[in-house]
Design a protein around this ligand. Structure first.
Ligand SMILES: O=CCCC(=O)O
Length: 481
């Protein structure tokens, strides 16, 4: 096993060099489970970002000129290194983010899977020969890399949200400037260490740490950047879209969700409870596809609520590095305050607390896994993402009512439902307004399927054979013969 210290970097990575901020400023990265300062990273801004963009532009030309197979071989080495360092990367991720080590190591495998998948997909970016409208002309399309990409990634998946963008971008022949979340830059820097060791040429993978507004402002206004790929809140996505409108950039936005989870009266309730726990409590409820609202049909409501409460009470809360822990701390105090606000709002409007409801006795940002029944659509927890370990359950009567409640939101990322009647399964799947649906399952994420939302949950798809499209432009050639 390698020395884990080699993966813990205190400098940003630009043009193949490890560098400090121009002004020497730094930001602390802390462990949310203990408060320990893990490292400091450079507090950079617009000028360092501009240099990273220039380096990316220069690096992209020879990279795009390579064959897809040549690019794939380097990406494959990066994948292999990530998998051989799965334990060290997972531990670092748990320490900066808080999720359990089992989930963190799972995230590393998930992150690596995007590199492996897109290394191969890069070989299949076919053009077309179009049957011509004119006997003296031949029509052909090429697919070419979009250009320099600005990527902005969140703290809840500090590794996988990076590779889900870098995998297709690099495979397509692009170069990327990344602004990782300030709470979790260490995984990003560790990935850069491994990319360098894999032989990725300098300038293709740049990590600029520091001020979100200054770095984001430069990425969105700089003409060299031809695409922004962002995962985070709808509010910030809107701002980035507005800022990018001046230079008309291509946008991939994976934004907020408010995922409904419906249980119909023909469902296998035990399976629904297992799916509910998997979907709701993943990463302590801090996942954009985590269930946010439960809707349960009247006939199975009491049984579902009782079993969900029992399963929730059995969850082990603690430091993600400790054995058997399933729920780690929330990312920061602001996150806990939002959860508290949603619980207080629900109770004030008539919901019933069945378990949890408060900060955990472990202190810091730990919160008790919570279940509330008698939740209604006007409560904050049905209107916006709670992003914490809180299950609010709403009762509904008819299938139409359930679907209408599920669709009553500006968001449309993921949705889930449990039902056994085949006609109902098709009706509900077609009627639900989300980009992804888990039917009789609470886990849907994989590199081989298209991930993304509709409505105000975003634009574009990541992962799958579609995920590389966003990093390619179609060029049409009309050839007179
Ligand atoms: O929270 C964002 C993404 C989570 C996932 O890919 O399942």
């Amino acid at each position: 096993m390698s020395d884990p210290a080699r993966l813990l970097r205190h400098q940003a990575y630009v043009d193949g060099r490890w560098i400090d901020a121009d002004g020497g400023g730094t930001l602390e990265v802390t462990n949310p489970a203990t408060g320990e300062v893990l490292a400091t990273v450079p507090d950079m801004g617009a000028s360092e970002t501009r240099r990273a963009i220039a380096a990316a532009e220069a690096a992209m030309k020879p990279w795009a000129a390579k064959t897809a197979g040549e690019r794939a071989r380097i990406l494959r080495r990066w994948f292999d290194l990530m998998m051989s360092e799965q334990d060290a990367l997972g531990r670092l991720l748990t320490r900066e983010q808080g999720k359990s080590l089992t989930e963190a190591k799972g995230e590393i495998a998930y992150a690596a899977s995007f590199i492996e998948w897109f290394a191969e997909e890069g070989k299949r970016t076919y053009g077309e020969v179009i049957p011509s409208h004119d006997a003296s002309k031949r029509l052909v399309t090429l697919r070419q890399p979009v250009g320099v990409v600005g990527a902005i990634t969140p703290w809840n998946f500090p590794a996988a949200m990076i590779t889900r963008k870098f995998g297709p971008a690099l495979a397509a022949g692009c170069a990327v400037v990344l602004k990782p979340a300030s709470q979790t830059p260490l995984s990003a820097l560790a990935l850069a260490v491994l990319a360098e060791e894999a032989g990725l040429p300098p300038g293709l993978f740049n990590v600029v740490t520091g001020s979100a507004s200054a770095i984001g402002g430069e990425l969105t206004s700089n003409e060299t950047v031809r695409k922004i790929s962002f995962t985070g809140s709808t509010e910030i996505g809107r701002l980035l879209m507005e800022q990018s409108s001046q230079t008309i950039k291509k946008m991939s936005l994976e934004l907020g969700g408010n995922a409904p989870f419906l249980v119909f009266d023909d469902a296998d309730v035990d399976a629904a409870v297992a799916g509910a726990v998997a979907s709701k409590y993943r990463n302590a409820g801090q996942t954009c596809v985590c269930t946010n609202r439960f809707y349960v049909q009247a006939a199975v409501y009491d049984e579902f609520v009782a079993k969900l409460t029992q399963a929730t009470e059995a969850l082990k809360v603690g430091n993600g590095l400790d054995d058997g822990v399933q729920i780690g701390p929330l990312i920061d105090d602001k996150a806990v305050k939002k959860v508290e606000e949603h619980v207080a709002d629900a109770l004030a409007k008539g919901a019933t607390l069945l378990t949890g409801g408060e900060r955990h006795k472990l202190g810091r940002t730990f919160f008790q896994p919570t279940v509330l029944s008698g939740v209604t659509q006007d409560m904050q927890m049905c209107r916006e993402e709670t992003f914490g370990p809180v299950s609010g359950v709403v009762r509904f009567e008819t299938e139409e009512d359930g679907v209408a409640l599920a669709n009553d939101t500006i968001f449309g990322l993921a949705g889930y439902f449990y039902a056994r009647d085949l006609s109902r399964v098709w009706r509900v799947a077609e009627a639900m307004q989300t980009g992804m649906i888990g039917v009789n399952t609470g886990l849907i994420s994989t590199e081989v399927a298209p991930f993304g939302g509709i409505k105000q949950s975003g634009l574009g798809r990541e992962g799958s054979s579609h995920g590389i499209e966003d990093y390619l432009e179609i060029k049409y050639l009309c050839m007179g013969i």
